[in-house]
Ligand binder design. Sequence first.
Ligand SMILES: Cc1cc2nc3c(=O)[nH]c(=O)nc-3n(C[C@H](O)[C@H](O)[C@H](O)COP(=O)(O)OP(=O)(O)OC[C@H]3O[C@@H](n4cnc5c(N)ncnc54)[C@H](O)[C@@H]3O)c2cc1C
Length: 530
Amino acid sequence: MSFPDRSNPYGFNDFLEWRSKVDFYADDPFIQKAVKYYVGENWQAIDREAREISKKVSFRWSKMAEAIAWPEKRPYMMHYDGHRNRIDRIVRPHETEVMEKEIFSEALFSSRTSPWLKLLKMYLIYQNGEACVACPITCTEGMVAILERYADNPELKRILEHCKEGIDGEFAIGAQYISEIQGGSDIPSNLLEAVKEDDHWRLYGTKFFCSATHADYSMVTAKPQGSEKVALFVVPSWLPGNKEKEIRNGYTIDRIKWKMGTSELTTGELTFNGAVAYEVGPLDKGVANVVGIVLSYSRLTVGLSAAAFMTRAVREATRYVQFREAFGLKIGNFPLVMGQLQDIQKSARRTTAGAFKLYRSVIEQGGLGNASRQGQTLEEKKEAFNIRELIMLQKIAASYDSTDVIRIAMSLFGGHGIMEDFSVLPRLYRDSAVNELWEGPRNVLLMQIHRDLQKASEWYKPEEFVRNILAGGNPEVVDKLAAEMAEIIAYPNLLQADEETIRMSMRWDKICHEFSHTYQDLALAEVEKD
Ligand SMILES: Cc1cc2nc3c(=O)[nH]c(=O)nc-3n(C[C@H](O)[C@H](O)[C@H](O)COP(=O)(O)OP(=O)(O)OC[C@H]3O[C@@H](n4cnc5c(N)ncnc54)[C@H](O)[C@@H]3O)c2cc1C
């Protein structure tokens, strides 16, 4: 019961006060535990460095990320300067440029940054969900990995140095342009043409989804003239000396897209008209390299950023329900709310633990550029296969769960949950929907995993694959998953449009999700029992 009060004193200050002081790493005992468990010997050094960067992420970059999320601050294009020169300038808010410089100066991909430190930094940065910096981080990671393997001429070596170690204190930014208007998933259907002219490759045609359009370099897929095979190229956005003059390297940015999520990031539609390009790796291995290295890094990051988004959303919802009252009770005391919170907390933790466990395997393998090598033993080949499939499985499950978790967290804020200026949750929610789609939508990855397991089954039976990955798990669950996976893999293909194939496909979707959760649950149990 309450009497009227015309000067209603209600306010959110206590909650806001708490939020302004939260340190994403120092105030999160779970992530500290996960670091201690997965990093192993050197965990104290990583822990120390994580505490340092966390202050910048939690108190400086988080404010910048919020400031640039306002619609008035969206990036826009200037196609021409005042003298009718075509410049295609991406105009971004000052805060974005400052934050990008500060984050890239962390030298994430330098040989002096250990893989674990890179991971921790990325995980913390992703809690701000600011795509204009977050997306090119992973694109640059993929570019560094592919160039480490293939940079064999002065131009590519300089690009690698620029991305990895910086040149004169400037760290270059990478992008990846693969999707075309007729298909994003179907890379072999690319039509962009590469023509060899005077010792240089030049690109002609269009790309339809080009994020991080402000990048210094992009990895671009194209078919060499007369070939049906897709090759991979690196394209500088400006040729040496032309960045200051704003003369782009033989391409135009025709428009930038109006998107539901990742709005601080531009996604452009491009026409190439003779852009100078450098081939990367064998010309007939473009698809394998783009999928096996470039997209695999991006997919790993989708899993990690989903964990980061969920962690932030759950943390804020947990505190909010301790602050807010309804019907005379803190809402966090209603059993329905308690149950929902327990569910989303579990999802956030298992996704984080799963991402760390998978990343440990990637580190042990020496990165993704090292997945297939001459002279590999059968055991190494199987481990590389496990990692490849787990990256896709994680991408599917983590991005899907993240959208659900953030939606539930938003619902715990009631109507305030969907207010863009109340919390970052609506922005994370919209970005999470994008995470489900880019870098391989769910169906495409499910089909790929099915095909991969079928192809590998001569040397790696699906049952063995399941048992190896879920070693130490509940035997009943593992047996059931192994039997069902084997049954669906034995089904000839998931392409026939009949009722039986539809039923099998839906079972495949469900079991892949369950399999990913079982892997993540195992990872979580390992952290919690430590
Ligand atoms: C915000 C945003 C930014 C992006 N930025 C970039 C970028 O920087 N660079 C880049 O290269 N791309 C980028 N993309 C493109 C993205 O990678 C593609 O959208 C994605 O690969 C899917 O391609 P598509 O949109 O052509 O969908 P389609 O390939 O047409 O797929 C449509 C539907 O069909 C399903 N489908 C397709 N094939 C199969 C199959 N074999 N079996 C079953 N179902 C199938 C898909 O799962 C999906 O549900 C971006 C996308 C978004 C949303």
